[in-house]
Design a protein around this ligand. Structure first.
Ligand code: PEP
Length: 247
C-alpha cells in the first residue's frame, strides 16, 4: 500500500474548545504528512469539525452509522445525514458497539452497506477477545466477522477499510506484537483477495493501544496499512508522532 492511513477514534471524548485546539495543532504540521489522516469524532461535533478541516489534509469520520435508511429510530443517525456534513469515513462494528450495544455481525454488515450506498467508506472493525485468543480461535473469529461484511457487500468490498482490533488490546496499554498483528492481517488480506481481485487497494489498519513508541514497528509490517488510534489520538504530539511513523 503506497500511502498509509492513520485514523483517530476520539470515542466519547472532546468538547468544542478541546476539538479546535487539537485540530489546529494537527493542522499546523499537516504540510509534512505523507500518510492519509482522518478523525472520527462524536456526531454532535461533525459540523464543527467539518468547518475546521474543510479543504485540509484531515478527513472527517463518524464513529457509527445507523443500519436503517430513515424513519422512526430515535437517537440514530443515518448515512445520508453523515454525508450532509462531508463525512468521508464511518467506523462500523467497533468492539465497544458490539459489546455494549449488542451489535451482531449481520448488523455490522448492514451498517457497512448503508455507508457504502451513501458514498461513505466504512471502517469495519474485527477482533477477538482474550478468551477467544487463548482458545486458539483468533482466525476463526476475525474471518467470521469479515465474511459477514463480504457476503453483504459483494463487489463493493474493495471500497471498505478493515481495522484489526484485538479486543484485549483496546484501551488497555497491551499491544499485539508486530508479528501477532501481521499474522492476522495476512489472514484478512487473503480473505479479501479471495473475494475481490481489487483487494490490494483495501487498507487494513491495526488498532489497540497504538502509540508514539510502538507505531513505527507495527506500521513496518507488510500487511499493516495504517492505524486506528484511540487514546493517543487525543494528544496532538502523540498523534503527530504516529502520523510521522507512517511514512
Ligand atoms: C480504538 O478504540 O479503536 C482503539 C484502538 O483504542 P486505543 O488506541 O485507546 O486502544
Amino acid at each position: 500500500m503506497s500511502q498509509k492511513l492513520i485514523v483517530g477514534n476520539w470515542k466519547m471524548n472532546g468538547g468544542a474548545e478541546f476539538n479546535a485546539t487539537l485540530l489546529n495543532a494537527l493542522l499546523s504540521q499537516s504540510a509534512q504528512w505523507q500518510a492519509l489522516v482522518a478523525v472520527c469524532v462524536p456526531s454532535v461535533y461533525l459540523g464543527q469539525v467539518q468547518h475546521i478541516v474543510q479543504g485540509s489534509a484531515i478527513a472527517l469520520g463518524a464513529q457509527d452509522v445507523s443500519a436503517h435508511e430513515a424513519g422512526a429510530y430515535t437517537g440514530e443517525i443515518s448515512a445520508a445525514m453523515l454525508k450532509d456534513f462531508g463525512t468521508r469515513y464511518a467506523i462500523v462494528g467497533h468492539s465497544e458497539r458490539r459489546q455494549y450495544h449488542g451489535e451482531t455481525d449481520a448488523t455490522v454488515a448492514t451498517k457497512a452497506q448503508r455507508a457504502l450506498a451513501a458514498g461513505i467508506t466504512p471502517i469495519v472493525c474485527v477482533g477477538e477477545t482474550l478468551e477467544e485468543r487463548e482458545a486458539g480461535r483468533t482466525e476463526e473469529v476475525v474471518k467470521r466477522q469479515l465474511a459477514a461484511v463480504i457476503h453483504a457487500n459483494g463487489h463493493c468490498i474493495s471500497e471498505i477499510v478493515v481495522a484489526y482490533e484485538p479486543v484485549w488490546a483496546i484501551g488497555t496499554g497491551k499491544t499485539a506484537t508486530p508479528e501477532m498483528a501481521q499474522q492476522v492481517h495476512a489472514v484478512l488480506r487473503a480473505q479479501l483477495h479471495a473475494a475481490s481481485e481489487k483487494a490490494d487497494r483495501v487498507h487494513i489498519l491495526y488498532g489497540g493501544s497504538m502509540n508514539a513508541s510502538n507505531a513505527q514497528q507495527l506500521l513496518a509490517q507488510p500487511d499493516i496499512d495504517g492505524g486506528l488510534v484511540g487514546g493517543a489520538a487525543l494528544k496532538s504530539a502523540d498523534f503527530l508522532s504516529i502520523i510521522a511513523a507512517a511514512q
